[in-house]
Design a protein around this ligand. Sequence first.
Ligand SMILES: Cc1cc2nc3c(=O)[nH]c(=O)nc-3n(C[C@H](O)[C@H](O)[C@H](O)COP(=O)(O)OP(=O)(O)OC[C@H]3O[C@@H](n4cnc5c(N)ncnc54)[C@H](O)[C@@H]3O)c2cc1C
Length: 323
Amino acid sequence: MTVVACTFGAPAASGETEELLTVARKLSASRETALRWLVAGPAPRPQLEELATAYGITTIDHIDDPELEAVAPDASVEALAQYCASRPPATLLLSQTFDTRLVAPRLAGRLNATVMMNALDLEVAGDALLVTASAYGGDTRAVYELPGDRPHVIAIMPNATTPEPPPDAAAGAAPVIEDVAVDLSAVEERIRLVERNAEEGPRLEDAQIIVSGGRGLGSAGNFALVEELAEALGGLAAASRPIVDDGWADSARQIGLTGKIARPALYIAAGISGASQHMAGCAAAKTIVAINSDPDAPIFRYARYGVVGDCVELLGELTRALR
Ligand SMILES: Cc1cc2nc3c(=O)[nH]c(=O)nc-3n(C[C@H](O)[C@H](O)[C@H](O)COP(=O)(O)OP(=O)(O)OC[C@H]3O[C@@H](n4cnc5c(N)ncnc54)[C@H](O)[C@@H]3O)c2cc1C
């Protein structure tokens, strides 16, 4: 039975597609099963071919249906269920996004499959699959054993893995693209997207340097200190959830379980306590630097470098020194 990596529309600029194809390729290699890349929705074929060639994918199944152009959970579930009825996968992998959270569990219900969200790593153990996933709101990592007697739908967390094309893939043959027809005429969307924040400019998920501020900043105006240091370092500013909730920073800046998951080379956390839900979004950073006035703050358990002090004072000093 096949491993299917499923993406929606044009490949995401953030590298999510590359991460998913990497996980799928490794899983199909360990299982010694076929690998297919299912693209649901209109997408530029040259871009699909280029990525597939680079990542050693030989078959792309393309549901080029305009109904799947915008966010459409009901149509997506129906399209994927019809696809799986004609080509039953052993494992269907998706990148975990706000949209696929609406799709994966319902698809699994339709397929009578196991569903795993928040997956970070997959390992084959005989017929079973061991899935390491973030659990209890990011407090812990749990390993789940999925028996091999039914299909699995698994959503992989962004930045859980580093994209890794196989060394010999680029020289491989161009992939075969198969058109898959589905009938979505009876689908009525039950969820209507009323508003979505348009994100512009560089994304936290891709940033190499992030300066992040928390409640220890003391006031909304002090978030400017975080932005100034980020700019001086050529990085991006980010925030903990409470200061987003209080309107000190835009929601697109939130790092954590219910925000963005980043994997920068450098993460400077200023006035952030280090709650597990925040760390779920930044613990994979290569180097964490913490500035906190409380020497017992949990963030120091994660930080390679820690400064016990007033972040309001230190952020300004650091920016001045850099400038
Ligand atoms: C289901 C769920 C999902 C969540 N998702 C997220 C999420 O995605 N992202 C997120 O961030 N949180 C999330 N949270 C909230 C999370 O549990 C914490 O409450 C939050 O991360 C704390 O934010 P903070 O560190 O800014 O504030 P606090 O916990 O209040 O910490 C402030 C820190 O600043 C320090 N400080 C105070 N003054 C100064 C100063 N002058 N200089 C230096 N340090 C100072 C304090 O010692 C303290 O350590 C979630 C919670 C739940 C239940």
